[in-house]
Design a protein around this ligand. Structure first.
Ligand code: PPO
Length: 214
């Protein structure tokens, strides 16, 4: 299936062309992917997903915290698709919390926070929903963990996939955008917990990187 490829020389839209929370005005460089474009792309991904796995009950596994906005918007679009095609599909949402980043660097260790009982996945169609797939290390470890609960099928939806050289493991089945290897924030993607309240996906400024550095 297709994806929107954002080229390395795309610098994003100028800030004064959009609205965003005033308190971030010096912390972001540009609007990289506007909220409206994210929503329209997510709506189209919902149709792909429904075409592929819309005939069975599905359990959506939302990867927190970065994935919460993408997941809630995607699930909403999936529900609208179901209503319009009168498919009576139960879409249950489970949550899993991963922490693998400090500042803007991936840490080696992946740890799964909170021991949700994922035995509900057994025998089910599972759709893992993640905001961003970077090196793929996190996703590989998560797929192994989820597989241990013996679901019927696992598919992965990733809003963003980074063009990085050292990719491990497989890429998501459904991809919103392929982006250059630069640190982006907003739409629940954070930098040390900041910027989750920003609707657009933006490029963080050097001031922002220093201001919110841990
Ligand atoms: O660009 C990014 N922005 C926020 N969080 C993450 C990123 N890449 N991997 C995790």
């Amino acid at each position: 299936e297709g994806r929107i490829v954002i080229k390395d020389d795309w610098l994003g839209y100028s800030l004064e062309l959009f609205t965003y929370p005033e308190h971030y005005h010096e912390d972001i460089e540009s609007v990289y992917i506007p909220h409206g474009v994210i929503m329209d792309r997510t709506e189209r991904l919902a149709r792909h997903i429904m075409d592929d796995i819309g005939d069975h009950d599905m359990v959506v596994l939302c990867v927190l915290k970065g994935g919460y906005k993408f997941c809630s918007d995607l699930v909403e679009f999936i529900k609208v698709q179901c209503r319009n095609s009168n498919k009576h599909l139960e879409t249950r949402v489970e949550f899993i919390r991963l922490k693998s980043y400090l500042n803007d660097q991936s840490t080696e260790d992946l740890h799964i926070i909170g021991s949700q009982d994922l035995s509900v996945l057994r025998g089910k169609n599972v759709l893992i929903v993640e905001a961003i797939v970077d090196t793929g290390k996190t996703m590989k470890a998560l797929l192994k963990h989820v597989g241990s609960f013996e679901p019927k099928m696992i598919k992965v939806a990733g809003l963003l996939v980074k063009r990085v050289s050292n990719v491990v493991g497989s890429l998501p089945d459904y991809v919103g955008f392929e982006i250059p290897n630069r640190f982006v924030v907003g739409y629940a993607l954070d930098y040390n917990e900041y910027f989750r309240d920003l609707n657009h996906i933006c490029v963080i400024s050097e001031i922002g990187k220093v201001k919110y550095k841990i």
